[in-house]
Design a protein around this ligand. Sequence first.
Ligand code: ATP
Ligand code: MG
Length: 435
Amino acid sequence: MTNSFKKVNGITGMKDILPDSSYQWNELEAILRAWTAQYGYLNIRTPILEQTRLFSRGIGEVTDIVEKEMYSFTDSLNGDQLTMRPEFTAGVVRSAIEHNLLYQRPQRLYTMGPVFRHERPQRGRYRQFHQISVEALGFSGPDIDAELIVMADRLWKQLGLSNIRLELNTLGQYDERKAHRSALIEYLEKNANVLDEDSKRRMYTNPLRVLDTKNPDLQDMADNAPVLFDFLGSESKDHFAEVCNRLEDAGISYSLNPRLVRGLDYYNLTVFEWVTDSLGAQGTVCGGGRYDDLFSLLGGKDSPAAGFAIGLERLLDLWTQSNTIKESSECHIYIIHQGEGAQRRAAVLAESLRDDGYRVVVHSGPTGFRAQFRRADSSGATIALIIGDEELAQSAVSIKWLRQTADDNSQQQLIPMGQLAEFLKSKGVAAWHMT
Ligand code: ATP
Ligand code: MG
């Protein structure tokens, strides 16, 4: 074939996860599954594509995500407006409503996978990235808000992360935010001369979001704005106090950040973020809070809920900064062969070793012994099995240890085929390899 086609590249901001790091992802995902299980969370998996209006309604029209970060398109077959999920919560709640999941009892759910946002790619900020999203649906008490935070804290400890801290705030309830909103708009109007374009545009549609600005020139203005907490009634304040009490019970310290509003509109009462200084500009590893209004916003029966999402690229970055994750090898056993019939014998032998649970690779490619041993060595296998003319004639295999072991196994040994399984077991090949 002529080489006349132009190379096709991947999409900016959407990374391939190659074998040189996928083992870290697998390890991290296994830890995350075990961790969610410890708190009784069950897995739910929703589609990547949803109706666009799920997000514009759920996340809110006047948010960074809905205004400029969504991958949306029209389905050319039927004209539906579709969006690749920019986060999980709206889809999980949609699914809970659609399948009546809260009919009999509340649900603790988690989901994990890729999400999509059209942002400017940089370290810790991609266009396809991964989240684990943990959602407690149908629970109203502050015990759950605290449990979610404690749960995240356990994960940081489990992963050996120390440089990560908790920021906490409460957004109260809708009516309380409304009273604060009027005061805030008045304040923003007075400060209109310092506002940037984004802020001016949002001042009347979503003034709270103006305080979420990342523009350094606006920090002073935001710092001095009316504080929502002063507008909260006693119920909201009690809920928050109870969350704080429980964090103190758990020995988790936090800082109150009255400007923490989160990038999504559906939150009420408790909101929190876990942040670190070890990841450069993109320091938020985890964000979440209570979202009691989302069910009714999406047309479901009013149900309280709370949850959080962790950005897995940022978590992995943080984790691998301070931990070396053991790379898994291709196989335990690499089979080398030479001569007529040896390759077929090797393939049959490999199948019987796989029956015993070993990971086995049969050499394929250059036939020279040297080249084969080189491949065997780089495969990370514990042993090479060799089948040549002599072995074939004697119905045996030669075994060569590729890694230093406690025993003196340095010599190549000839083992009758019928005794191989016993021999490997006695040497604990797989077990030794896994340590
Ligand atoms: P940021 O302020 O960094 O944009 P966010 O408030 O938009 O974050 P959330 O919507 O709360 O983020 O998403 C939860 C987590 O997902 C974040 O805390 C972060 O760890 C991660 N995250 C968000 N956007 C990206 C992205 N573009 N690339 C990689 N990770 C991301
Ligand atoms: Mg964002």
